[in-house]
Design a protein around this ligand. Structure first.
Ligand SMILES: Nc1ncnc2c1ncn2[C@@H]1O[C@H](COP(=O)(O)OP(=O)(O)OP(=O)(O)O)[C@@H](O)[C@H]1O
Length: 459
């Protein structure tokens, strides 16, 4: 049986909030009457992580992710329940935690290392490695209160990963690092995984969670809504996020006399999240019939307009299922409007099998041209739009298209109909692709005669 690294049993965390600072003081001076309001950030959470697992935690802001990590890292005490951790924990929590702002970077390395249970000699042995990973130069001798958030996270990660942890806890911190640094961190994290380390990783980046984690957990309002295979959990989470956006739109629509009441009613299921309900919402309130059946889809939308059909065609307008790099691909989308769509916006996204969005684009790019075309047709009814592109030099495998039809611009869109995995395509390659894709215009030259210009790196 696999060994347990982290076990969380029925953990709840209650924060006590005071409306005014004076209320806290009054409570201390006049004990007996509570002047605080209770807020339960975690409600009866149970979780088991086995050694060597990487568990990703996703969820909206304020859902309790950081609180859970802090309880596991031991920097917060749970109100009820038990936490058991086996192995040395190194936590990269909120920016600033674990470091004393008045101390220099150097002093903080020793301060932090000691908190993590290392002796002075052990930290001295690691010191050069930490400094070289952090790459913050002379800032090592400056108080960390003078650091940018990027510098801060460089030093914090360098310490966290270099103190021989068995369990690494990373709370979104890497989001503030620059691209090069994040790549180096990810390489270290992979190395840590390969060596059997256990990771708890909080991120809003569902793509990263899908790729990096062996298990995912979706939290909302202090409870675990869903857990399991990362691709599945992330899909449910994304679906719910869209549903939430639609709920907000629906509450605006509620006041509009031209939109049937049923949409708003359909979207009022606030309290408990029922995954089945949000992922398989089949009844279109406008037609009261099931949406058309596509294989492997999950769909959402206010239903004022629908995607009726999606087909993939090649250069000769014949249906295709297999593509090679350089082939022309046409995604033909037939839509039907039951209602007036003022700013039609049809979009497609190309995803790999882990649901990483590789590329997405929409008719918003055409802007007025598309709206004019739309209005030139009858306001209500059928219209077809086609996206044509050249298949990129992607690695062979299965890819999917999500198709969306909305009303409004990208940043303020009423989702009319959105279909996950509306259609899939099989990609083949003529030559081996190492990684996700082959870069274009590759050339390799032997450089004996060529002098290096610009910045050079010595290996
Ligand atoms: N010290 C505190 N006192 C009172 N409430 C708190 C405290 N810390 C967090 N909370 C509340 O607990 C809830 C959960 O917060 P938490 O930081 O765990 O969420 P999160 O999922 O990590 O959010 P984010 O994605 O924004 O980091 C939030 O509503 C937050 O306002």
């Amino acid at each position: 049986m696999s060994e347990i690294a982290i076990s969380v049993k029925q953990v709840s965390k209650c924060y006590r909030c005071y409306n005014r600072p004076i209320d806290r003081l009054k409570e201390i001076l006049l004990p007996g009457k509570s002047r605080a309001q209770e807020f339960w950030a975690l409600k009866d959470i149970s979780l088991e992580v086995t050694k060597g697992e990487t568990v990703g935690i996703i969820g909206q802001n304020g859902s309790g992710k950081s609180t859970l990590l802090q309880v596991i890292a031991g920097t917060l005490t749970p109100t009820t329940g038990e936490v058991y951790v086996s192995g040395r924990v190194s936590a990269l929590l909120e920016l600033g935690s674990g470091f004393n702002p008045e101390f220099t970077g150097r002093q903080n390395v020793f301060f932090n290392g000691q908190i993590l249970g290392l002796s002075r000699t052990e930290i001295e042995a690691k010191f050069d490695e930490i400094v070289s990973f952090a790459e913050i130069g002379e800032f090592m001798e400056q108080p960390v209160k003078t650091y940018s958030s990027g510098m801060f996270v460089r030093l914090a990660f360098a310490v966290a990963i270099n103190v021989n942890p068995e369990i690494l806890i990373v709370d979104e911190a890497l989001a503030v690092g620059d691209g090069v640094f994040v790549h180096r961190c990810m390489a270290k994290i992979r190395e840590f995984q390969d060596n059997g380390g256990t990771i708890l990783y909080v991120s809003h980046d569902v793509g990263a969670v899908s790729r990096l984690c062996s298990k995912a957990l979706w939290m909302n309002q202090g409870i675990v809504v869903d857990s399991g295979k990362p691709a599945e959990v992330c899909k449910h989470y994304q679906a719910w996020v869209h549903e939430e956006v639609n709920k907000r739109t629906a509450s605006h629509l509620h006041d509009r006399p031209d939109v049937p009441h049923s949409i708003a009613i359909n979207n009022q299921n606030d309290e408990n999240i029922d995954i089945k309900k949000i992922t398989i919402k089949e009844i279109n309130p406008f037609t009261n019939k099931k949406f058309l059946s596509f294989a492997n889809y999950e769909r959402f939308g206010t239903g004022r307009a629908e995607i009726e059909d999606v087909c993939l065609l090649g250069a000769n307008d014949r249906p295709i299922q297999l593509v090679y790099p350089g082939d022309i691909v046409k995604v033909r989308i037939t839509t039907f409007r039951h209602d007036i769509v003022r700013k039609p916006n049809v979009g497609i996204a190309l995803l790999d099998r882990l649901r990483t969005v590789l590329s997405g684009w929409s008719t918003e790019l055409l802007d007025k041209e598309f709206a004019d075309y739309w209005l030139s047709k009858s306001e209500i009814g059928r219209a077809t739009v086609e996206f044509e592109f050249i298949w990129p030099h992607l690695a062979g495998g299965s890819y999917a298209f999500d198709i969306a039809f909305g009303d409004g611009p990208h940043e303020n869109l009423e989702m009319l109909d959105w279909i996950q995995n509306a259609t899939t395509i099989q990609a083949a390659v003529n030559d081996f692709v190492d990684g996700v894709f082959q870069v274009a215009g590759r050339q390799i030259r032997l450089c004996e005669e060529l002098a290096c210009t610009g910045q050079s790196i010595n290996f």
